[in-house]
Design a protein around this ligand. Sequence first.
Ligand code: GLN
Length: 548
Amino acid sequence: MTTKYIFVTGGVASSLGKGIIAASLGKLLNARGFRVTNQKLDPYINVDPGTLNPYEHGECYVTVDGHEADLDLGHYERFLNVETHKANNITTGRIYQNVIKKERRGDYLGKTVQVIPHITDEIKRNIKALGQSADFDFVITEIGGTVGDIESLPYIESLRQMKWELGNDCLCIHLTYVPFLAAAKELKTKPTQHSVKDLQQEGVQPDIIILRTEHHISDEIRRKVALFCNVEPDAVMQSIDASSIYRVPLNMQAEGLDRVVLRKTGFNPDIVPEADMTSWNGFLTKLEGATEEVHIALVGKYVQLQDAYKSIHESLSHAAAYNNRKLVLTSILSDAITPDNIAKSLKGQQGVVIAPGFGTRGVEGKFVTLHYCRENNIPCFGICMGMQAMAIEFARNVLGYADANSVEFDERTTHNVIDMMEDQKVLVNKGGSMRLGAYPCRLRKGTRVYDIYNQQTNKETDEPIDIIQERHRHRYEFNHAYQAEFEANGMQCSGINPDSGLVEIIELNNHPWYIGTQFHPEYSSRVLRPHPLFLSFVKAAIECGKQI
Ligand code: GLN
């Protein structure tokens, strides 16, 4: 089957949820049996979002192949239950970098290198290459930003060319916003009409228009949009505010999004099996039906921005739903935590997650929190820097090394429990020393993590699991020199990288749940495959995390 290319553009305002619409369509087509992948085109000049502050752009997501990516790839993986790769996220920076590299190599044979055709050709090449990489039936490409932005023009022009080249094998879905004017008690479609005009001016006629709204959109309004924007009446759909992002695929199924996409790309939707959303519905029933709460605190330094720890948030929400609990997540700024206010700060919490992070700010507050959780038997999950902080707190307060630290925070510490490993030190360029992407980890038999991975309900194999693959994004490592002393004092190194010997997991004996992972399990929790560590952590919080 020839690959179909579906583009999702946005108009009127940013943050309307293009990523969720794209992921929802992906889910529906996938559930109809098609091979689908989602792609994000970002209009900024950074080559990847790895260097962006989470406050600017939310969480940096990491793919299995070690690409630092836009957080929308997290939605794609969680919704579609698939892995994404470097090719699923392109930025303007990367497109220009490729073109300039080719220019320097002399590939353009004396030609003047221009936005059209060279930049647009490179954009199209990247989109088509993804489609061909695994014989996908559908590639759903979300164009970041809002139509009319200077930055996204080359992307829209590439879309125009692809529609021209591919005919029915290429569609444009345009997502806009319909505001409700309280004084007039009316929904207004004028901004949508203008935004579609912008798109048409750039040469693209949308095939489907999705209206983001807080109120139900009548048939009359739909007909009006269809007429003025030149689309078929059943190709105007609403995307109404939903109680959860995970309800959007079902809402869009009810609006007929997958049917219209199939019809417009040459299928008869009546003979393609309907999307089977039974297990998805099962998850939603749990998510929305849970009445008893579980209170979890997330301690980190970027807590003011909701998106900065997106994947942790989503993983906890999956885990709470499967444990039949409603997640109440409280974010606590680690900078503000002191020994005097820790008890008050954690009042009412049943479990604590210590967030990943870079740099010194807020790290002392993490040590204080860990000390309190360790001594008061509060379930505690340390992720990446959270795990490193667990090791440092243990070395300071159990092993008695008052100056124990990571060399990231104190280069001259005499007890460098977290350090850069010898083979990393030879790399002069710091950027090259980051451990990124999936690495194997051997679980030690008889440990809690071994049981967690092996007793999970959604285990896909009967074979014992002793090697897992999890994703990393960090520079520093647990220093092996301390392993024996940690273990002799009750902190086990229960997960080890079989190739390098690096410590990937630590866990405290004689504690209800105190586990730190050097990797980021939050990147691989999915709606239909929640992560075993999060499931187990939330279960422990429910069972033994007393509300302090
Ligand atoms: N700053 C730490 C390191 O580089 C941890 C990074 C993280 O938490 N992602 O090793």
